[in-house]
Design a protein around this ligand. Structure first.
Ligand code: IMP
Length: 189
C-alpha cells in the first residue's frame, strides 16, 4: 500500500481520514508537525501553504486538511476562525449566539492539501449543508459535530462510518483519492 503522511493532532480527523483512505488502498500515517497556519480567509490557500511547508520540512508525501463551520445567519462566522471560536466559545457559545434566530442554515467545508517534497501543492474541497441544532446532541465525533444537524441527526449521533458517507471531509477526500489513484505521473514506492 502507498503511504501518505497526514499532518494533524486531531484524533477524530485522523480516524475519519484513515478509514476513508485505507478503503481506497492508501495507507495513512499520522505525523504531528506544527505547520504555520496562514492568517487569511481563504481555506484553500491555508491548505496549500501548509501542505507545501510540511512536505518540504518533513521530506515526505503529505496531506493536511483544513475545515470550518459556516453559519448563514452569522454571515459565515466562524468560518476560517472555527478553531479559535471552538476553543473560546465552544458549542454552548454558538448555541447562545444562535438563540432566537430562526434561520439555522449552516455548512461545513473541508479542504485537503497534498504535496510532495519540492513539489507543487494541490487542493481538493468538499462541503455539506445542514442546520445548527437547538441543543447539543450525540456522543460521537468531535468539535462542532454535536450541534450540526444533517438529515435529521447531528453528526455527533453518527458513527465514523455513517459520517464518512456524507461529510465535507468525505467530499474533499473522495476527489483527492480519485486524483491520487489515477495520477500516472507519480512514481510510487
Ligand atoms: P481545523 O480544520 O482543525 O482548523 O478545524 C477547525 C475547527 O473546526 C476545530 O475546532 C475542529 O474541531 C472543528 N471541526 C473541523 N472539522 C470538523 C468536523 O468534521 N466536525 C466538527 N467539527 C469540526
Amino acid at each position: 500500500m502507498k503511504t501518505i503522511y497526514f499532518v494533524t493532532g486531531n484524533v477524530g480527523k485522523m480516524q475519519e481520514v484513515k478509514k476513508l483512505c485505507e478503503g481506497a488502498g492508501i495507507h495513512i500515517q499520522q505525523v504531528e508537525y506544527p505547520y504555520p497556519e496562514l492568517q487569511c480567509d481563504d481555506m484553500e490557500e491555508i491548505a496549500r501553504h501548509g501542505a507545501q511547508d510540511a512536505a518540504n520540512h518533513l521530506g515526505k508525501r503529505i496531506i493536511v486538511e483544513d475545515a470550518g463551520l459556516f453559519i448563514s445567519a452569522l454571515n459565515g462566522f466562524p468560518g476560517p476562525y472555527s478553531s479559535y471560536v471552538f476553543k473560546t466559545l465552544g458549542n454552548e457559545g454558538i448555541l447562545k449566539l444562535m438563540a432566537g434566530i430562526k434561520n439555522r442554515k449552516a455548512c461545513f467545508k473541508s479542504v485537503v492539501g497534498y504535496c510532495e517534497p519540492n513539489g507543487e501543492a494541490v487542493t481538493f474541497s468538499g462541503a455539506v449543508d445542514g442546520e445548527i441544532a437547538r441543543e447539543i446532541k450525540g456522543e460521537h465525533g468531535f468539535g462542532y459535530d454535536p450541534i450540526f444537524i444533517h438529515d435529521g441527526k447531528t453528526f455527533g449521533e453518527l458513527t465514523t462510518e455513517e459520517k464518512n458517507k456524507v461529510s465535507h471531509r468525505y467530499g474533499a477526500l473522495k476527489k483527492f483519492i480519485e486524483w491520487f489513484n489515477t495520477c500516472d505521473k507519480k512514481i510510487f514506492n
